[in-house]
Design a protein around this ligand. Sequence first.
Ligand SMILES: *[C@@H]1O[C@H](CO)[C@@H](O)[C@H](O)[C@H]1NC(C)=O
Length: 342
Amino acid sequence: MASSNVGFHSLASCLVFFLLPWTFAEGGKLLVIPIDSSYWLSMRPVVERLRRRGHEIVVLVPEINLRIGLSGHYTMKTYSVPYTKEYVEAEELIKSLGESKFEAVFMDPFFPCGQIVAEHLSLPSVYLVRGLPCSLDFHATLCPHPPSYIPRFFTRYTDRMGFLQRVGNLLDFNYGCALCWQEFEAIVNASGEHGIVVFSLGSMVSEIPIKKAKEIADALGTVPQTVLWRYTGQVPPNLPKNVKLVKWLPQNDLLAHPKTRAFITHGGSHGIYEGICNAVPMVLMPLFGDQMDNAKRIESRGAGLTLNVLEMTTKDISTALQTVINDKKSVIETQPFSFYPV
Ligand SMILES: *[C@@H]1O[C@H](CO)[C@@H](O)[C@H](O)[C@H]1NC(C)=O
């Protein structure tokens, strides 16, 4: 009995010994490009499982990020931030990625960096995505999404819809994006000669303490512009008439509108590039990460003014906003500015 057990064990070890190299030999080389958000928490287990199956994995992340840390499951490569420009220019990095001979890219396609890299390296990609605005994910994948059965974003419907819900879903399906843009356009049109101010603290922060929100609301009431504020927190009781709170706004489209006079932003790299491209002066309220540096750079080029979020008063906000809107000298010769990298 004992001897047959020993025999079994050595046979098993032999099998393992011979099979192991096979498992590794079948492993591929995978480049992973996540975005720094909670969606990484869904990607990470997939990456770990792939590693356990013997694949070799490199995760490409911004040098400053909140959620993606080192791990024994993958090699991490970083690129500097703000990255929109440096990313393309990081020749060394791109060259080394090319030389690594990856077989595929696994990415979160919410921001298009992953797709650009995959296209550049001529690699097939696999997306892990919750959804993209305007059902772009369905269109891009040619995936059927009948409105009778597949609920649209923000409708809160499930796949079991009653008649009226299906009608609502159908309308949202056909007109969703066009309608919301028309609503924004109507607000912009109604703003008259003074135009509008676009205010968003980015996709990660849309709620702020109510005390701060009240101070900000008071300041916004001191300008004649209509302010479109992306904000989902408790509505400040002193919200002035010229301020419209929205849960989402088409930031780049609004910034591109000739009636847009200023952009209040936290100074994230996407936002500031959109501000620069559209030559809109900015009031910067940096919160964390690369935002302080971004804000100071924008300020040093005369494209905006930076506020200290913790210390700013109603008066500070109001003065900064009025300055960027009215004082052409202190703000920008925005046109030439848009040609310089920050
Ligand atoms: C806004 O104004 C433009 C230019 O006058 C016009 O073409 C457009 O239809 C208006 N849009 C809305 C929604 O009122």
